[in-house]
Design a protein around this ligand. Structure first.
Ligand code: ADP
Ligand code: ADP
Length: 226
């Protein structure tokens, strides 16, 4: 089963703006995939539909074979999402942020704590587990967002512009981290407007522009064309 399969996805916002004009996208299980495109291309709209924050106008989405409309809960369980903006409660402790996220997936409290500790360790935040999130550096906040997205052990991790606005050192450590997560078996899709980021990390790539996929290929053949 593919990790993600999108067919003829369309989104027209209420103001009449056609943000997605019929998108087809296939991502294989285990892949590291980039959705690349300039600002305004439709990347966040696509991610928003996957995370149910944006309602699609038409089209179908399957996540590991589960239809996002008809099997929403099953589809959601397969998916971990890292939004572009840091959005946790600034005064909540690191460990509690991750435990509470597990709660949203109905994971019992003891198991939630065990998994939260595991994720926090994996993301190098163990020493900060009792800090409130506002005390974390920018790079740590990014890692906390990833820890939170992984706590229910999704098979597919989607990151919206994971390194936008971070300095080069944090970017490189994020890249190493994402490679490791992918190597351990999680399919990763990220959106980016840096070709360099896609080139460094991803095996397959789709380029989106003005709400259409204009290229869908493996990284090597794309680079050969440029
Ligand atoms: P939906 O069609 O999913 O219900 P809406 O059209 O109601 O979405 O818009 C959702 C929100 O996004 C509104 O509050 C709207 O003001 C805001 N919004 C409108 N235009 C833009 C834009 N170009 N970029 C980002 N947000 C916008
Ligand atoms: P990207 O993430 O690639 O920068 P977006 O998906 O955010 O692109 O936006 C795609 C297009 O849809 C842009 O032209 C944007 O202005 C518009 N848009 C995004 N959100 C809304 C909204 N809520 N209402 C109206 N237009 C929107």
């Amino acid at each position: 089963t593919p990790a993600l399969s999108i067919r003829n996805l369309r989104k027209t916002y209420r103001n009449g703006h056609e943000a997605l004009k019929g998108i087809d996208l296939d991502v294989a299980a285990g892949d590291f995939f980039a959705l690349l495109g300039p600002n305004g291309a439709g990347k966040s709209t696509t991610i928003g539909i996957l995370s149910s924050l944006v309602t699609k106008s038409s089209g179908t989405v399957h996540i590991f074979g589960h239809d996002l409309d008809r099997e929403r809960e099953a589809a959601k369980c397969c998916l971990g999402l890292v939004p572009q903006e840091v959005n946790f409660n600034q005064f909540e402790k690191v460990i509690d942020i991750v435990i509470n996220q597990a709660g949203y997936y109905g994971i019992p409290r003891r198991e939630a704590r065990r998994r939260a500790e595991e994720c926090i360790t994996q993301l190098g935040l163990w020493d900060k587990r009792h800090s409130v999130s506002r005390q974390l550096s920018g790079g740590m906040k990014r890692r906390l967002m990833i820890a939170r997205a992984l706590v229910h052990r999704p098979q597919l991790l989607i990151l919206d512009e994971p390194t936008a606005g971070v300095d080069i050192e944090i970017r490189r450590s994020m890249w190493a981290l994402l490679r490791r997560i992918n190597r351990e078996g999680t399919t990763i899709i990220l959106t980016t407007h840096y070709l360099e980021e896609a080139e460094n990390l991803c095996r397959h790539i789709a380029i989106i522009n003005h709400g259409r996929i204009v290229e869908h290929s493996d990284m090597a053949s794309l680079l050969a064309k440029l």
